[in-house]
Every structure is written in C-alpha cells, then in structure tokens.
Ligand binder design. Sequence first.
Ligand SMILES: [Zn+2]
Length: 1084
Amino acid sequence: MSVNQQAHTGPPYGQPQPGYQGYQQPAYGGQSLPGVPQSQYGAYNGPMPGYQQPVPPQGYFPSLGFPSKGSPVSLNSDTSSLAPNFIGSLRAPPTSGAPPPASGASHPSGHLAYSQFEHGDVQNGIPASAAPMQRPPASQPFLPGSAPTPVSQISTFQQYGPPPASVQQLRNHMAGMTIGSTAASAPPPAGLGYGVGPSSYPPTTGAPRPPAMPGPPLPGQTVAGPPPSSQPNHVSSPPPPSSMAGLHPGPPMSGLHGPPPPTHPPQPGYQMQQNGSFGQMRGPQPNYGGAYPGAPNYGSPPGPPPPPKRLDPDSIPSPIQVIEDDRNNRGSEPFVTGVRGQVPPLVTTNFLVKDQGNASPRYIRCTSYNIPCTSDMAKQSQVPLAAVIKPLATLPPEETLPYLVDHGESGPVRCNRCKAYMCPFMQFIEGGRRFQCCFCSCVTEVPPHYFQHLDHTGKRVDFYDRPELSLGSYEFLATVDYCKNNKFPSPPAFIFMIDVSYNAVKSGLVRLICEELKSLLDYLPREGNMEESAIRVGFVTYNKVLHFYNVKSSLAQPQMMVVSDVADMFVPLLDGFLVNVNESRTVIASLLDQIPEMFADTRETETVFAPVIQAGLEALKAAECAGKLFIFHTSLPIAEAPGKLKNRDDRKLINTDKEKTLFQPQTSFYNNLAKDCVAQGCCVDLFLFPNQYLDVATLGVVPYQTGGSIYKYAYFQLETDQYRFLNDLRRDVQKEVGFDAVMRVRTSTGIRATDFFGAFYMSNTTDVEMAGLDCDKTITVEFKHDDKLSEDSGALLQCALLYTSCAGQRRLRIHNLSLNCCTQLADLYRNCETDTLINYLAKYAYRGVLSSPVKTVRDALINQCAQILACYRKNCASPSSAGQLILPECMKLLPVYLNCVLKSDVLQPGPEVTTDDRAYIRQLVTSMDVAETNVFFYPRLLPLTKADVDSDSLPAAIRNSEERLSKGDIYLLENGLNVFVWVGVSVQQGLIQNLFGVSSFSQISNALSTLPVMENPFSKKVRSIVDMIQGQRSRYMKLIIVKQEDKLEMLFKHFLVEDKSLSGGASYVDFLCHMHKEIRQLLS
Ligand SMILES: [Zn+2]
C-alpha cells in the first residue's frame, strides 16, 4: 500500500462546472466561511455523501434510545460455567447521566483545541518592557543600536554590567549590555504583514531602553574611555553564587570574543568577569571588590557588602509577555495563507485561518519559514528544518474543512515522475495542455478530461473552481488503485477488550466500562448525514484466557466462547462477533449487563496481553477490515502466554548508561506484533489502570506503532478517577479517525524528508504507515538539503495522506506549504518559530534516550541550542557587542523552553516519577502537536482570584515561578495532563467558602477530584474556567487541589518550571547564565 501509485488514466471527466459561482477568492473577504463544504463544489465533486465532520446527536445522554433491560438471559458457554444470571437493575453509572463537561463529549470531533489563551491583557508582575523607555541623551553615540550593523535592541532584557561612574554612565552600560533580544538586522520582507520586530514593543529606535535601576547611583566610579569600547570587558560580572549554583563551574573564560577595544587596553581581571551574569540587579549594587582580586575596588560602593546579587527575572525574556504580544498583534486578523513563507501566529494565539493556497498552520507548522539555500548555511546555523504535521487536525467551526474532489475513475492528476498530486504550485504550459511539476520539474500531459484554457496571466480559467488549484488543503476521492488488494475497503470495526481479572473487577472498573459502553456505542463516528455509524463492534473479555461473545441480532441472548489456548490465538467465531450496534442492540445490552456479574467473584489475578491484541487482529483479518482495539488493562501480563513479561523495573539504573533500557521494550515480540497490526490496519488504543509497574515501555509498543493512544490512570479509584476516564473514553471513541493510513511528504528539489517522529510504523524510508490516525496525532518530519535551493523558487512541501474514512471511503488528504529560501542567515533567524523548534527538539531528545545515556542527550540539546544562538550572535548581531547575550527576537524564549525540556520527567526525573510515568510521557510527547508541547513544557498558570466573574475571559497568565504566587490568592496551573488548583494560606475565608464550601483553609480537602458545585459567582467562574481549559485539551486532565505548605505542594512546585527543581533542574535565570557561557565558549 502506498500513496505513490501510478495515476490511473480513465475516461474524460466533465470539465465545465455550470452553475458554479460561489467559490471566488473575493468571497473570503471578511465574510464568515461555512463550516461545511460549499455546495458549489458539488458541481464537479458529485454528491459529497456527508463529507463533514461527524455530528453526533446533540448532547450526550447515555440513556438515549437505550433499550430497557429485558428478561433474564443466560450466556451459553462451551467451556466454562457461568455465574448466575444477572437480573437485577444495575445502578446507573454515577456520571453518565450528566451532560458532558464543557465540550468534551458533545463535540466528539473536537472543536476544542483552538481557542486557547483567551485570557486578558494584563500580566502579573511588571515586565521590564513595560518600564518607561527613555534613552539617555549622552548614550546615543555608544549604543549598539547605532552601530553600523543595524541591530535594533529590544531592551526587554537588560544586561548587567559593572557599575559605571554615574547613573548616566551606568545607563550607558546597561543599555550597551542589553541581553538583547534583537529584531533581525533587516526589515521584514514587505507584504507579509508580519513584522518580526514586534510592534508591541516600545519603539525600536535602535536604542535600548535603560533599565530602571533600583539601586542608588554609584558615586565615584571611574571608567576610562567611552562605554562602548569598554563594553566587551565589562560585559558581565562574576557569577553571583546564588544564580550560578548548579551551573558548570568551569574556569573563567579567557579571552574576549569581540575585537579588543581599540582605545582601551584590557584591564587585568577583565576576563575573569566573563562569566555570564546579566540583567539588572535587584537591590544594591554588588561588591565587585570581593569578586575580583585584581580590581578590588572596582565598582564597589562604600559600605557593608550587599546581599548577593541576582539576575532580575523581570529582565529576562518572559513567555507570558511573548504570548500576550502575539495575541494582541495577531489575534484580531485572520491568517491568510496566500503568501509564501509567512510565519503564522503563535499556537497560543486565537486566530482564524483563510486558506489561499497554503495549508493552515493547524495542519502544518515549521521550525522556520525561510530555509537556508545551502546545506552549509543550514549546518552553520544548526537550526533544524522540520515540519510538525497534523493531517486530520480538527478545525474551528468558522473554518472550512478540506473539500473533497472527485475525479471519477481517473483519480487525482499527478506528476508522471515524482507522483506529486495536482496543487496550486504546478505550472500549466503550452496553452494548458501540459504542466510542469513544482517538485521535480518534470513535464506531464494534462489528461483530456482535465484540460482547461489559461488566462492572460497563464492561470487556468477554472483556477478558483478547483480546490486543488487554489487551496493549500483538500481531499481526493481515491480510486480502487489506492486500495489494498485493489478492493474498496469495508467499513472499519471497533473491538472492546476488557480485562476482567481481580483488580479490574474489584475496583468497579469492569462495571463502569460496561455501563458506559451501553450508551457510548450510539456515538460511534459517522460521516455527515449518515443515519448511523458504519462501524461494527465486537466484545472480548480476558484474564488468563480470552472470552469471545457472539452478539448476533438473531440471538435471544449473547453466547460466550472461551479460548484458553492462548499460545496460538484464533477467533472461535466469525458470524456474530462483529455486529451493527442497532441491529444487535438488545443482545449487546444484555451482554454488557452480565459481564460485571459473571466475573464478580473472580479470583484470577493474572493476565495475558499479547494474545488479546492477536485476537483482535485475527478478528479484523477474518472480517477483512481495518479497525481499532480498545483494550482496558490493569496489570503486568505475567501469565504464561506469548508476550509474557517480567518485572524489570529498576530505578537504580537512573543516571547510568543502562538507563535507556527502561525506555526500551523488554522483548521484540511486540514490535513484530505491531508490524502485523499495521499491515492489517489494526490500531490499538490502550487504557491502563495500574496499581504497580506494568511496563508501559513494552505494553505501549503496539499502540505506539499502530498510531494508537495510551491512557494511564494509576491507582484508579472509581470515585475520583471515573469522570476523567469516561471523558477520555468518550472522546477517544467518538473522535475523527482514519484507518490504514499511509503518509508521504514530497519536497521540491533541494531538500528532502529524512527523519520522522511520531506514533507510526515505517517499512521503508519514505512512507509513514499508521493503522489508525486520529485528529490529535501529529507527525514531525525533519528535512535535509540534498542540493542548493534558490531564493526565487523557494521550497515546497506536499504531505499526502491516504486513508480510509470511518465510513470506509478511501481518500487522499493533501496539504501543501510553500516556504521562502534565503542566502542570509538573518532571514532564517527572523522567520523561525520557537514553539515548533521545541516540539522537534523534545521529540528528538525523547527518541535519543532509547539509544543514548540521558546525560548525553541533554548535553547534545544544550550544545545544539548554544550553536544556534552562537551562530546568530556571530553572524547577525552587532560586532560591537561581543560578549553579550543577544537572542534573536524569534528565539528569545529558546533558553527558557529548552530548560523546561531538559527538566522534564523523561530527561531529569524527580524522585516521585515512576519508570512507567517516564515511558508514558515519552510516548505521549512523541505524538503531540505544537500547542500541546508548548503547554506541557511551560504550563499555564492563572490567578483565579483575579478572574473577572462578569466576563468570559480568562485571567491573565503569569510566569511559572513561586515568587509570582501570592499567599492570598488561588491559582490554576495546567499542562495538558493535570490541572492544579493551588490555594494560598492567607486566602480570604469568604473565597474559600465560596469555592470549596468549607469555612477555613484547614478544612479544604485535597482529595477532591472536582470542585464542588456552589451557587455563587466565584465558584461558577472558576468551574467555567476549568471546563473551558478541559475542553481545549485532547485528554481530560486530572484535577488536583494543592494547599500551600501541604505535602502535595512538592508535586505542584515541580511544574513551576522557571524555578530550580528538586531533581536538580536549573532555574531559568541560572540556565540562561549557563547558555550564555556555552555560547561564549563557542564564539571564542
Ligand atoms: Zn514531479
């Protein structure tokens, strides 16, 4: 199976589209776009049987249409005796009668994740950029901004230099030593509508803003020579002990990196100062004398030694500020994709996209939108060239889904040589009779049925009528040539496979799952206007043996068949195993009623695992269809069977060369099984409920390689965890998914896709195969040069995904993206996207731990980022400012975000993190999109007590540091997996009463898994915030109440990622110092 199939030439297919009028470019102008395909395409698409996102019935009412439990039934089993029939009424699942939270269940296809960060405009703490900006008059000639290299320094981050002789001089120094986050050294390209030098900053006149100096003016200093010439020597003070702790205490740098000041010989001891401290100080000026034996009195104010200085966190790049600025600058206008190489708004900005020829950033985001023309440049910069692709991403309702194009039996038009699909960048020539491929330059005849005349500009006159000529994203209906065995696929099947061992039964899990399935089966994915889902369902339960169920509609009661020979798994029944839900409704309901009773008294604690997957696989094979297995599993599979595992957890391996084995599967059995699953289109979603180690690294292999998902609920307790689990299950069952998918990324000459990250399987070097691909799954693709690129032609990507829809229709989804190419490094750095870069780097590192010691991986990450920043510093920043830390505007958050990756549980586990947690997170991150990695590594922290109860907006986020927390406030922190509500010890009693319904701080229970429903504005507001945030994430997050100074606070502090972590992770300030040192080493 491959997307690279020979185009089939078929009979001509009607060219003219009479009556088509609506699809015109101008129509985009400001009017809202319909959320479903416009009917005008019907003219040549033919009918589009419901190509739209499946719309489930409104609301989620589990009892809807559910038959009443009938008369007693019994299960017939051929090999096992059954528990007494269950007749009595089951209690309703505690949550299923309630309406779905926020939007989780009622919008299964997930119009959820795009409206993030709708918070206000204020930030906690005063960012440095909010300080008044005044350029000291005398400083002008000496400012880096006025140096020949047009670096405009954004003075958000102030450099801390040795104190000069006066406030004025001090200011000069401070200005000159800005940790510049510089805008690029040339104006942004015209026409993009996006100046990289952000308009939200104070006017960038080339002069940095002097910092506010909290310390008193320093009298009596003498600094010879003009400030600029002395800058390189004064650039930084010795590392303050507090801020440098934990950093490499290597020898001081010797040698300066810039040209020595011509007018001003280096003073003894200056080199000693090159230690990477910067930013403005808090409190009094430090005593330099103590630090510099060579210049004991240099810069030292008289008087007692002041407290150790530290870098002011307000003076270093703030993620919150960057997010806010982007929201303010780019959130109001739609992002129109008509221009090559445009950098989209950040993932944290809520914006609309209008497709005018390039794929929406919801489908593809790149690390850079301007690629170096040569591989030498790319190597020099060390900026990875990668695209993060989410082929089936959910769009907000205001945006148009990709149109479905049907070329009939002839199939899509493709390049003869490289097989690229028709797209807006193909060039029609010779009056429209041939087209030249934009990827490989080969010329291909236009099939007669596809011929159209060109207008005077060389554009086909039907340009705007055809999505594949005018849009970045669209779909083709695939012909039989694109189908396995040249046969159109059958609709897929879902098989529910429930662990019924002792733990699963005892915890109430089995009953919960069965109750939920009774209603959830009415919400299987369906296409458009289809009355019911085409998906068939089947049921298996298991412990050491497997139980298959015949739920054929003609049966009065379900029948059970037990397979106890798990060594050679087979499916004991074909007819009646996979059924239509509506047809077999009564039998299924009866089965789901009885399963919990049948195993209620089980003593079986052992489970098998691989045979369960094998059983599902065999069932799909027998039915000749693709599908998904939903496996609910509780323990390490130690029962005698293929794929049996042993407990090999060993935390002592952490920080040793053998640590990598903790991430590797303990047997290759599952890799081979995964391969078989992919070949059949059998995707596995795994729900884990462990009470101890169950080897996620091994159990996760099949879900991971088949494009499935893993969910983990450690120490599952019905009361506290069922809501979260049910929400995840509902969303997982209902969400949009494609099966039997193959993705190929084609590129224009000069670059090619060389590496892939995500949940998939590859049997060759180009095709990414996924048994299933859902709307949340993301594939990161890295590109390398294989030739020179040209600035004129730019670079093109085309991602083609061949898949089977949930109704069994074979389709191709195409996404195109055009990028700019540059011969100047500054252009590269001006068009990077740090969030995407971090997504790539995290995935790269998380794969690295499979083969290399974790420390090696961490060091490589630091080194690569230091090289990226050093290259910028050397080639794009002002030469007069050597020794400063100057960050590219687009990458000024690279250090803080990189530090978060380095401190993450996979790369630097805290004592509370289990081996399974690490394996779980490693696999999870590998499929995350950019928005998910962004909030995962730098969690969102909101002051709930600052929320405006009368508005819909969220309170403004604050930075992730303990010092931003006030003990009189309540905060929410979320990272996509957990939501913490942190309560300060001095919170007003009234607020506690309103939110928790108790009269004092001490009475707040941190066993709460939801906030109590209280009828007051504050409680309503907070719950609506939590619901809103839950709705934006692809998983239901666990709610954890944390009281200040309580023991759970340790867990919470782990997520305050700007602070030093308990596991030894550096604070942001310290890490920035460290990066500065690394960069200087590279430059020397
Ligand atoms: Zn081609």
